[in-house]
Design a protein around this ligand. Structure first.
Ligand code: ATP
Length: 222
């Protein structure tokens, strides 16, 4: 299988006035296209930081990263933006919904950002995502009128609506009950099966982690 992610981090450092924190020392990750990887590890070990690096949100680290066969340090800003919009789907903890927009418009937001460079979008893709995760009844509501679990599902739908090649999901099921958790995982794995979408899920839920092709345990720097 083709390697879609080839990442080698020497060090990621967060610096503030009086302190410095170093995480992910000498961490290497190679992921094949279509692979399902779970990332687990204790709180603060660097799981979300790692997803930000994989998703090209954070490029401030020492290391080398080849994504879709291209060295990411030579990418243009416009290419970076296009990849983040179309090739990578983010379901991140802090992906806030816009309160002035309906849930439907929030989910369709990536299409707006894509502008003229957008892939062909089919209405049935939207319908199938919305049906699969059971949020049809809340489409016309605004985020402030929704429960935490409903909002989490809308964030998920927005992350996958462009049918990206890679989905980066940070605790996508954390605020959900058993039924909705299962809906999200089923949709994630269905996309993996139908479109060979590469999935990377950060989770504290070992039952979900073990349903991926492999589980990576992140450990604190020694
Ligand atoms: N922007 C930042 N500035 C400074 N320190 C940060 C920043 N972001 C994260 N950190 C620190 O880096 C470490 C790793 O954070 P990260 O969010 O990646 O951990 P995590 O493994 O995802 O944790 P959790 O399971 O609690 O979500 C933590 O100690 C955190 O406080």
């Amino acid at each position: 299988m083709t390697k879609i992610i080839d990442l080698s981090i020497k060090e990621k450092t967060y610096k503030s006035k009086n302190s410095q924190l170093s995480i992910l020392n000498n961490f290497n990750l190679a992921v094949a296209a279509g692979e399902k990887t779970a990332i687990v590890g204790e709180s603060g070990v660097g799981k979300s930081s790692l997803l930000n690096i994989i998703g090209l949100i954070d490029r401030n680290y020492v290391g080398a990263y080849t994504l879709f066969g291209s060295k990411t340090n030579s990418l243009h800003t416009s290419e970076l933006a296009q990849w983040r919009n179309q090739k990578i789907g983010f379901v991140l903890q802090e992906s806030a919904l816009i309160n002035s927009l309906t849930i439907e418009d929030n989910i369709k937001l990536p299409l707006l950002y894509a502008g003229s460079g957008k892939k062909e979008f089919k209405a049935e893709d939207f319908e199938s995502v919305v049906d699969a995760i059971g949020i049809k009844p809340i489409l016309k509501k605004k985020p402030l009128e929704c429960s935490g679990g409903e909002k989490a599902r809308a964030v998920f739908a927005r992350g996958v609506i462009m049918k990206p090649q890679i989905i980066l999901a940070d605790e996508p099921t954390a605020s959900l009950d058993v039924e909705n958790k299962e809906r999200i995982v089923t949709l994630l794995f269905k996309m993996n099966k139908e479109f060979s979408t590469t999935i990377i899920t950060v989770t504290h839920d070992l039952e979900i982690a073990n349903r991926h092709d492999r589980v990576i345990h992140l450990e604190r720097n020694k």
